[in-house]
Each structure stands twice: as C-alpha cells, then as structure tokens.
Design a binder for this molecule. Structure first.
Ligand code: NDP
Length: 330
C-alpha cells in the first residue's frame, strides 16, 4: 500500500524532492475503525499551507509523516457498527491507497445519488465554501453585481453560477487563460470575464464592470484584491476566501494600497473558513443537488489518474492546470 510523505518543508513553490511515495504494509483496522480502499483523492490549495511549519487553522503536516486530505473510498474491512464492507465513505486520510479511519470520522455516501467524486467538489467542501462565502459572508442579495477571481476553479466556478442563479445583476470572473475565460462566458453564464494575464486587473475589471461591483469573492489576493477594492460600490462586501497568489511567497505580500476606499464606500471585508459553516450543509446540498439535476449548475472536474501522480496533480492546482475541481482517481 503506497502513501505520500512530506520529507522537507517547501520554500517557495514545492518541488518533487520535498515528497516521497512510500510503500507501507497494508494497515489493519482496530476496534471502532474501518479499512478504506481509496478511489478518489482531493488535492487542494490549502494543503500548501499545511506543508509549512507555521501554525494555521489546519495543523501542519508532520515532517517525515504522511500527507492527508479529503478522500472517498470503499470500505473493505470493518470493525465498526453501522459501516459494512462495500459501503462508500468520505474521510480525511487521502494521499494514500488504503486508509484506516475512525468510524465517527467516516461519512457514508450514497453512490447512486451522485458520482462519488462530487462529494469532494461540487457537493463537497469546495461547493459549501462557495455557498457559505457568497450567501453568508458576502451577504449576497438579488441585484448585486458580483466579481469572483479564480473563476474557473472549483470554488470560483460555483460562486459565479450561484450568484447568477440567485439573481445577480452582473457576474464577472477572472481566470488565467483565454480558454478558461471562454468557458466562463459560454458554459457557466458569466456576463463578463477576463484573463488576468492579459493586462492589469484594475483596468480589465473596470472595463468588465463599468458600474462597479457590490460583491467581491476573493480566491486570489494581491493585485486582484486591490483592483476589487478600487471598483467596490457603496455598501460593497468582500469575502476573503483564499489568496492563492501568495501561497508560495517567502515574504508576506504587500496589502492593497487603497483600503481607504472602504471608508468612503462603507465597504466591508471579512475572512471565513468553511469549517465554521457546516450548519449550512443540508440547505446547500438540497439547493445545489436540485440545480445540478436541472442542469442549471454546471461543473467540471480535472481528473488525474494514479497514486503516483497525486503530487503532480497538487502542483497542477498551484499552476492552474485544472478546470473545476482537481481530483485524483486511483
Ligand atoms: P481552484 O480549483 O480554484 O484551483 C486553484 C486555482 O488558482 C488554479 O486553477 C489557478 O487558476 C489559480 N491560481 C493559481 N495561482 C494564481 C495566481 N498567482 N493568481 C491568480 N490565480 C491563481 O482551487 P479551489 O477552488 O479549491 O480554491 C480556490 C481558493 O479558495 C483558494 O484560494 C483556496 O485556498 C480557497 N479555499 C478557501 C476555503 C476556506 O474555507 N476559506 C476552503 C476552500 C478553498 P488560473 O488558471 O485561473 O490561474
């Protein structure tokens, strides 16, 4: 059974030498545990933070120890009541082929209700992040003009579409390639979109949202955040979800230089973590499930195959190789 280990803490962009794929004996479940054969692994930007020693909201990965993250798999042995071999579960011991999981930490899934990988993305952590961040933190209301960065990614593509479905007056997205921009406009129903590599974000946002924005959902930070503050309308709200443009920085990035605008606009900026918003999960699953069934909410996954390609998939997320949720299929 193979498992990825972190063997040195990356400085700047992680490199393959920081990791090793290690062969281990097949683990066995104790009383109250199950053995899961992982089928889908999640690789996510937040994992970059856990590779550093600095304390954050999620504990750092141990040096010389296994990587971890969201995963879905089939139970192959059970010493826990209520979970049988053949059941499918969601858990957090990814980056490996087989995982021993404490039964209370395994969430049973219905494989007939939705594709299993959806519970890592559109119906999982990233979906709930989009839902909670837009509706609760940014306090979205009908008629708002909404800008989201990282708009072709897992969270961003869902933010833009939920905004549209809930009656946004205008939805604007930014992404890192012309193909992604086309997808936003042609498939996800964005009103405007631009490739942030094609020119200054401030200028491109101004052109895409000549009447300003009421909500900015920030996945990127840096230049995007400053541009959004500059385009914010009176009473505007900014939900700080992530700042991926700075995850490999060795020094903190400078903050927006125009925060004074929040005074004039009575603007509000608030960070959040999806883990605090699990109370919204039932409502989110009901609404998102219905939108997916009706075809109103579209989603893509970028699927990389093989445990040996997990690291490459993760590095791909940092590079922007993915459209929608990046998934590793074992
Ligand atoms: P995505 O699927 O959006 O993948 C990350 C994307 O970031 C890449 O595809 C790439 O797309 C983009 N990116 C990479 N580098 C840069 C850069 N320098 N500038 C602009 N864009 C860049 O990942 P997720 O949807 O999983 O996560 C999106 C954001 O949400 C991240 O910041 C993440 O940390 C955050 N997050 C926060 C949570 C919370 O609880 N607060 C929970 C989950 C996620 P492109 O080609 O467009 O550059």
């Amino acid at each position: 059974s193979r498992v990825w280990h972190l063997i040195s803490r990356p400085v700047g962009r992680p490199v393959p030498e920081d990791f090793a794929l290690v062969e281990e004996e097949l683990p066995q479940p104790d009383e109250g545990q199950v053995l899961v054969r992982n089928e889908y692994l999640s690789v996510d930007p937040y994992m970059r933070g856990r590779m550093s020693a600095a304390r954050s909201y999620a504990a750092p990965y141990e040096l010389g120890g296994p990587m971890a993250g969201g995963a879905v798999g089939e139970v192959v042995a059970s010493r826990a009541e209520g979970i049988e071999p053949g059941d499918h579960v969601l858990h957090s011991s990814g980056w490996r082929e087989y995982a021993v999981v404490d039964a209370p930490r395994a969430v049973k899934l219905d494989p007939d209700a939705a594709p299993l990988s959806a519970s890592l993305g559109v119906l999982g952590m990233t979906g709930l992040t989009a839902y909670a961040g837009l509706l609760r933190i940014a306090a979205f209301k009908e008629g708002d003009s909404v800008f989201v960065s990282g708009a072709a990614g897992a969270v961003g593509s869902q933010v833009g579409q939920i905004a549209r479905l809930k009656g946004a007056s205008r939805v604007i997205g930014s992404a890192g390639s012309d193909d992604k921009v086309r997808l936003l406009l042609e498939e996800y129903g964005f009103d405007a979109a631009f490739n942030y590599r094609n020119g200054p974000v401030r200028k491109q946002l101004r052109a895409a949202a000549p009447d300003g924005i009421d909500v900015y959902f920030d996945n990127v930070g840096g230049e995007h955040l400053e541009a959004a503050v500059g385009s914010l309308n009176r009473g505007g709200r900014i939900a700080l979800c992530g700042m991926i443009s700075g995850y490999d920085n060795t020094e903190p990035a400078p903050g927006p230089r125009n925060l004074g605008r929040l005074v004039q606009t009575r603007g509000r900026m608030e960070g959040f973590l999806v883990t605090d918003h699990h109370d919204l999960r039932p409502r989110f699953l009901e609404e998102a499930g219905a939108w997916i069934r009706s075809g109103e909410l579209k989603y893509r996954e970028t699927v990389v195959e093989g445990i040996e390609n997990t690291l490459e998939a993760f590095l791909g997320v940092l590079r922007g190789d993915n459209i929608g949720k990046m998934i590793v299929k074992l």
